[in-house]
Design a protein around this ligand. Structure first.
Ligand SMILES: [Zn+2]
Ligand SMILES: [Zn+2]
Length: 329
């Protein structure tokens, strides 16, 4: 069983409950209007799901499937476990295809997402963690995204934390502003046009085709995007506040049952902070980790290799065995 550096639930450093200021580099508070407007607009478009005219069962199915295809494969598997932590390796064509799914989640480019997340791991719940909930739940969930933070300005941050990503010309080409936004808009168009054409070819009128195309856009794109956002954001906010701690990690990460299940494995966040490189975040039998099961499936068909498993399953002293983080004052 998991023997090393385990702690009792609720354990941790005594000062972790102390409030943290938002990073100095984010002051004075300055709203990034483009991000705030985009996030508000996509939430508003998702609310159209409550208008019956935009409903279709196909749209609902696409929204549910999209949580897995875009959220789990794009963000969890590719952006996080593969690119950020290098816990698994896939053939380049598959890695790049998964990264495009990640881009479609409107969570920024691979290089910047990865740089921000590595920044988080470097100083989690200390200054200048970009999104610690010790600076407030709303700050950790959403605020940090829409407030300008000099520490997260693209060129400096990426060259410091994600140089390896940009060495791949595929990611370097995605990085400039119009390119990644173009990928997102193209994916949205595909949902609408796909629905429109399918309905029209099945004998529907232009009105019916328009209604069906828009139902796929509202449900398959906007509802799904908003759900994936809040799931990802909950890992930063909820899973650093509530849940149990299996390991003493030197920050306040938690294994949160709700986030663990709805995120397909990312909510076993204390396990993850204890052993960031591991591609497996669920350590106990009840910690269902669909992302990990997907990686195993890919490995079984020869599409994933060099998989990092939890160090805590290795014998102490073996290479890769988990070392406790250095004590901080
Ligand atoms: Zn964290
Ligand atoms: Zn991570």
């Amino acid at each position: 069983m998991l023997g090393l550096h385990r702690v009792v639930a609720g354990g941790g450093r005594s000062d972790l409950g102390r409030r943290l200021d938002i990073p100095q580099t984010a002051r004075p508070l300055h709203l990034i209007w483009s991000y705030a407007t985009a996030i508000a607009a996509i939430h508003a478009f998702a609310l159209l799901a409550f208008v019956p005219w935009f409903f279709s069962w196909t749209g609902v199915v696409l929204a549910v499937l999209g949580l897995y295809v875009f959220g789990t494969l794009g963000i969890n598997l590719c952006y996080h476990r593969l690119l950020t932590h290098r816990g698994v390796v896939c053939p380049a064509w598959l890695e790049h295809a998964l990264a495009i799914l990640g881009v479609c989640c409107v969570q920024d480019t691979p290089a910047r997402w990865i740089a921000i997340h590595r920044r988080h791991h470097a100083q989690a719940d200390e200054q200048p963690d970009p999104h610690s909930p010790r600076a407030g739940f709303l700050w950790a969930h959403l605020g940090w995204i829409v407030v300008r933070n000099q520490d997260l300005v693209r060129p400096g941050l990426v060259s410091r934390y994600a140089k390896d990503i940009l060495r791949d010309p595929f990611y370097a080409r995605l990085e400039p502003y119009p390119c990644w936004v173009g990928v997102i808009l193209l994916s949205w168009l595909l949902f609408f046009v796909g629905g429109f054409v399918a309905e029209w070819m099945l004998g529907g009128s232009v009105d019916q085709a328009l209604q069906f195309g828009l139902s796929l856009l509202v449900w398959g794109v906007f509802v799904r995007t908003v759900l994936v956002w809040h799931i990802t954001w909950s890992v930063n906010s909820v899973a650093h506040l509530w849940g149990y701690r299996t390991y003493e990690t030197g920050e306040s990460s938690r294994n949160n049952l709700l986030v663990g299940f709805i995120s397909n494995g990312e909510g076993w966040h204390n396990n993850h902070h204890a052993d960031p490189r591991s591609a497996r975040h669920g350590h106990q039998w009840w910690e269902l980790d669909v992302t990990w099961l997907t990686i195993r499936l890919l490995a079984a068909v020869g599409l994933a290799g060099r998989i990092a498993t939890p160090s805590v399953q290795r014998q102490p002293g073996q290479q890769g065995a988990l070392e406790p983080p250095p004590a901080k004052d």
